[in-house]
Write a protein that binds this ligand. Structure first.
Ligand code: GSH
Length: 246
């Protein structure tokens, strides 16, 4: 199986953690979000990562991919057995993908990290401030009321709902946000325990390498070396229909 996507994306990380949990081998084609040529658009109609390629099957959307992995592959189940628990697990996955995605990624990680590094422009400081002062505390309060005192959402075994929530906190940490353990003790303990699980640990070194790359520097180096003006070397929003592999 092949995954197209960046280790730094929370949605890609969610899929990689599920693959690791199931003990499945994969290779990764590490393209940067926001870049992708016509072939990428054919595989991912919304031009988003992750994409899973399994033989003649190409799937986008992390939830669709994880559901496929759970139904098609043996190994550690990604959902709890009880039917009501399964429904609640789907809710937590949807909540994380939509709301935590909005708050952690668009409200914090994007303006603080992606805008300066990928686009070479300043992020919206007012949006960052509002996220830290209002949006994140609201979601931490919600999670504090939902998460268990210890272990995982549905007992002692980790599952997709836990992974889907925890993955956003890694991007939060990259942007300088850690949940205050005195204010939100369950959230802090859950995030620490879940991100320390072996299913996240396998690809952390690759994630670190990818984070340490400098697309702006790489772009400058390519231009200085006389590379043609392409989406990759220009790096502008208008010219993003190239493929940037890091
Ligand atoms: N619902 C999608 C969201 C995926 C997503 O938004 N990925 C981001 C990277 S973290 C992306 O590819 N953004 C590129 C764009 O919006 O053009 C999923 O769960 O896979």
């Amino acid at each position: 199986m092949k995954i197209i996507g960046s280790y730094v994306s929370p949605y890609v990380r969610k899929v990689l953690a599920c693959l690791a949990l199931k003990g499945l081998a994969y290779e990764i084609d590490p393209i940067t979000a926001f870049y992708g040529n016509e072939e990428f658009e054919r595989l991912s109609p919304l031009r988003r990562i992750p994409v899973l390629i399994d033989g003649d099957l190409a799937l986008s959307d992390s939830s669709v991919i994880c559901a496929y992995l759970d139904e098609a592959m043996p190994g550690h189940p990604l959902f709890p057995a009880d039917v009501k628990d399964r429904a609640r697990a789907r809710w937590f996955e949807e909540y994380a993908d939509t709301r935590l995605g909005d708050v952690f990624i668009w409200g914090l990680f994007y303006p603080k990290i992606v805008q300066p590094i990928i686009w070479g422009e300043a992020g919206d400081q007012a949006r960052i401030d509002r996220t830290l002062a209002e949006d994140l505390p609201r979601e931490m309060n919600y999670l504090e009321g939902q998460l268990p005192e210890e272990g995982f959402l549905f007992g002692s075994e980790i599952g997709l709902a836990d992974i889907a929530i925890a993955t956003f906190f890694r991007n939060g940490a990259y942007a300088g946000f850690e949940p205050d353990a005195e204010r939100w003790p369950r959230v802090a303990a859950f995030v620490e325990g879940t991100l320390a699980h072996a299913c996240f640990a396998t690809f952390l070194p690759f994630e670190d390498v990818q984070r340490s790359t400098d697309p702006q520097g790489r772009r400058r180096a390519l231009l200085e070396a006389g590379a043609p003006l392409t989406a990759e070397t220009l790096g502008t929003r208008e010219a993003k229909k190239g493929v940037m592999r890091l």
